[in-house]
Design a protein around this ligand. Structure first.
Ligand SMILES: Cc1cc2nc3c(=O)[nH]c(=O)nc-3n(C[C@H](O)[C@H](O)[C@H](O)COP(=O)(O)OP(=O)(O)OC[C@H]3O[C@@H](n4cnc5c(N)ncnc54)[C@H](O)[C@@H]3O)c2cc1C
Length: 391
C-alpha cells in the first residue's frame, strides 16, 4: 500500500497540467500519477499534425518526470473506493490518497467489426504504428470526416500516401461547419490528392488477402492496406461510476472542479463543467485539458478560485487552419462573414439571438474578442456581426 497526498489517474495532458498546478502551490508533498499508456505524458495534437511535417517525436514530451512526481506507467486503475480513499491497479497494487484527480480522458469509439487491425487513432503508439506503415508505402482508408479523420487523411496525403477519406455526411467537418464550407472542403481535399467519398455509411470491415475492405451502405466496397478510424471518443467514466460519483456523459464537477465527492476532482476530456455563458459542457480539446488540468491541480492544493474559462480549440487542414470558441452547431442560425470565401473569415453560431460559438477561419488573434462576444447578451442579427471580428 502506497499513500499519496495527491494521486492522479490518467497520464495525458490534463494529468501533466495538474502536476504543474499542484507544484505552483505545494513544492514538497508527494504526487502519484497512474497512467495506463507506457509513455509519460505527451502532447496529442502533433500526432496528427507537426510530427508528419518533420517535427521530431521528442518534441511531444511534456517534461512531467522533472516535476517531482512518481510516474506509475503501464498500469490501469481498476477500482476506486471513495470511503477508504483507495485505488487499486491492474497489478493488484493499492494506493491511498488525500486528494484524487480523475484525468482519464476518453477512449476511441469502435465499430463492432474489424478487430484490432483497424487503427483508432489516439495515442503515440498509434502514431508510431501509422507512421511506419506510411513509410512502408501502404495505402489507407480513413473513416470519419471529423477532427481526427480529416487531420490524419491530410497528414498521410502530405507524406505522399494514397488515401481515401469516407464519412456518412455530405461534407468534411459537417458537425461543426456550415454546409457550404463543409462541401468546399471536399473539393479542397480532392485538389490536395485525397480521394474523398462523402455520404458513405460503414456497415462492415473485412479482409481480402492481406488487404482490408470497408463495406458501405451506399456505394461499392473500398479496399486499402490499412484502415484508420476517427469516429469520436467515449469519456472514461467507469471508475467514477463505480465510486458512485455523479456522471452525465462525463464526470460532473463544480466550479472548484470537485466531483460529487469533496476530495475527488475531475478535469479534461472526461469532465462535465459549467462553462461561462454556455452552461454545462464537456470539451475534448487541448486548451481545456491544459487550463482545467492546471486549475484542478491548484484546487487540490487549496486554491479556492472558481474555474471560469471558456476554452478555445483549433485544427489544421492542409494549408487552412482555424481557431474556435464556444458551441459550433451548424444546425442553428449561422452568420458567415467571409473576407475571402472559405479561405478567410469568421462564422458566428447563434441561438435565441445570442452568439454561442465563433469560428475564426484563417483569422488569428481574435479568441479573446470572440469570448467577449459570446458573453454579451445580444440580441444580435447579421448586421451587428458582419465586420465585428473580421475587421
Ligand atoms: C490525434 C489528436 C489530435 C488532436 N488535435 C487537437 C487539436 O488540434 N486541437 C485541440 O484543441 N485538441 C486536439 N486534440 C484533443 C486533445 O489532445 C485532448 O483534448 C487532450 O489530449 C485531452 O487530454 P486528457 O488528459 O483530458 O485525456 P486523454 O488525452 O484521453 O488522456 C487520458 C489518459 O488517461 C489514461 N487512462 C484512462 N483511464 C485510465 C485508468 N483507469 N487508469 C490509468 N490510466 C487511464 C488514458 O490511457 C490516457 O493516457 C487532439 C487529440 C488527438 C488524439
Amino acid at each position: 500500500m502506497t499513500h499519496f497526498p495527491y494521486l492522479i489517474i490518467g497520464g495525458g495532458m490534463t494529468a501533466d497540467a495538474a502536476v504543474r498546478g499542484i507544484r505552483e502551490l505545494d513544492a514538497d508533498r508527494a504526487i502519484g500519477l497512474l497512467g495506463d499508456e507506457a509513455d509519460p505524458p505527451y502532447s496529442r495534437p502533433p500526432l496528427s499534425k507537426g510530427l508528419w511535417k518533420g517535427k521530431p517525436v521528442e518534441s511531444v514530451w511534456r517534461d512531467t518526470p522533472g516535476r517531482g512526481v512518481d510516474l506509475l506507467l503501464g498500469r490501469r486503475a481498476v477500482s476506486l473506493d471513495p470511503r477508504t480513499r483507495t485505488v487499486v491497479d491492474d497489478r493488484g497494487a493499492r494506493y491511498t490518497f488525500d486528494k484524487l484527480l480523475l484525468a482519464t480522458g476518453g477512449t476511441p469509439r469502435r465499430f463492432p467489426f474489424g478487430g484490432d487491425e483497424t487503427i483508432y487513432f489516439r495515442t503515440l503508439a498509434d502514431f508510431r504504428r501509422l507512421h511506419a506503415l506510411a513509410a512502408a508505402g501502404k495505402t489507407f482508408a480513413v473513416i470519419g470526416g471529423g477532427f481526427i479523420g480529416s487531420e490524419v487523411a491530410a497528414a498521410l496525403a502530405m507524406r505522399g500516401s494514397k488515401v481515401t477519406l469516407l464519412f456518412p455526411e455530405d461534407g468534411i467537418g459537417a458537425g461543426l461547419f456550415p454546409a457550404d464550407l463543409a462541401r468546399f472542403l471536399v473539393g479542397y481535399y480532392r485538389e490536395m490528392g485525397v480521394e474523398v467519398l462523402p455520404g458513405r455509411q460503414v456497415t462492415g470491415i473485412g479482409a481480402s488477402g492481406d488487404r482490408h475492405v470497408v463495406e458501405t451502405r451506399n456505394g461499392p466496397p473500398i479496399t486499402a492496406d490499412v484502415i484508420v478510424a476517427g469516429i469520436g471518443i467515449v469519456p472514461n467514466t467507469e471508475l467514477a461510476t463505480m465510486a458512485g460519483l455523479a456522471v452525465d456523459d462525463g464526470i460532473v464537477v463544480d466550479a472548484s472542479l470537485r466531483s460529487s465527492h469533496p476530495e475527488i476532482f475531475a478535469a479534461g476530456d472526461v469532465a462535465r463543467f459549467e462553462a461561462p455563458s454556455l452552461g454545462r459542457l464537456r470539451v475534448e480539446h487541448e486548451d481545456n485539458a491544459v487550463t482545467m488540468g492546471r486549475a484542478a491541480g491548484r484546487a487540490m492544493a487549496g486554491d479556492p478560485t472558481p474555474y471560469a474559462h471558456l476554452p478555445y480549440f483549433y485544427s489544421d487542414l492542409f494549408e487552412l487552419g482555424y481557431e474556435a470558441v464556444g458551441l459550433l452547431d451548424p444546425r442553428g442560425e449561422v452568420v458567415a462573414d467571409w473576407q475571402e470565401p472559405f479561405r478567410k473569415g469568421v462564422v458566428h453560431y447563434l441561438s435565441d439571438g445570442r452568439v454561442r460559438g465563433v469560428l475564426l477561419w484563417n483569422t488569428w488573434g481574435r479568441i479573446e474578442a470572440a469570448r467577449n462576444l459570446i458573453a454579451e447578451p445580444g440580441p444580435f442579427g447579421a448586421a451587428d456581426l458582419i465586420g465585428r471580428l473580421s475587421a
